[in-house]
Design a protein around this ligand. Sequence first.
Ligand SMILES: Nc1ncnc2c1ncn2[C@@H]1O[C@H](COP(=O)(O)OP(=O)(O)OP(=O)(O)O)[C@@H](O)[C@H]1O
Ligand SMILES: [Mg+2]
Length: 282
Amino acid sequence: MDQAAALQKPTSSVKVIAVASGKGGVGKTNTVINLACSMAALGDRVMVLDADLGLGNLDVMLGLAPEYNLQHLFAGEKKLTEIIIEGPRGIKIIPAASGIQEVTHSGTLEQNILMEQMSLFEGEIDFLFIDAAAGISDMVTSFVRAADAALVVATPEPTSMTDAYALMKVLCNRYGEKKFYLLLNQVSGEAEARRVYSHLSRVGEKFLDISLIFLGYIPKDANVPMAVCRQQAVVEYKPESPASRSFVEVARRLRSLPLRSKSGGLQYFWQRLAGGDNLGQG
Ligand SMILES: Nc1ncnc2c1ncn2[C@@H]1O[C@H](COP(=O)(O)OP(=O)(O)OP(=O)(O)O)[C@@H](O)[C@H]1O
Ligand SMILES: [Mg+2]
């Protein structure tokens, strides 16, 4: 094998899944937490990055109170291994800062710090979930396009559908992204999910020439906000609830997808991230 081929050869099979939505409050963080827990319960080694850098709340949703977060990593005060906390089912969580505006202006230096330290986890995790911030800032789009799979979360509300489309449009027109996975949340049932999916995939195909793959739906379920209030993942709090059963089903589907690890390893993921737009420009 020549040197160029050796460099391109994937060094690990870590699958990086970025979860984004455009519109805020549609259920990204709940999706990440519950898919991560479900996949860990199925035997996968899962890591979660709270990429809502200045307003992270993934740890709060799990009742965790990390002492350190990305702010300490970026400031050079702590190493990645020192800020990672353990969540339910042994998932590894990289907590974001909350209420620290400067962190949202992270740039190449910060990316390099992350890149270098993430490579230590090569071979230790199977899936890395990225809980992106709301909106379509450069920070969000660079995380999504560097990932192996873009998972778009939307609800049947027209505002959420419009913003999900806007997110895909930016990623397609600006970066040539052509493939997205759709998870519909807070849905009344299969019929509504199918109707929303067929509408979004039709306009996506017609105007953007993208392919939108339906990953499944999570019903609107009062157990979800109850779990949030109890600071637990709903799959842990009420494993038999409709939302929990759907999360497990989606997790099974996700882990069996023939995802091509375009990252070729974590280090390459961070390199792509650093090679794209600077984080926080948007
Ligand atoms: N399937 C569901 N059924 C009922 N309520 C839900 C469901 N999914 C999410 N919610 C509620 O919606 C709210 C927002 O969820 P979540 O915080 O996961 O959204 P988000 O997209 O991460 O928000 P942000 O954009 O602010 O990060 C939560 O209060 C949660 O309880
Ligand atoms: Mg969130």
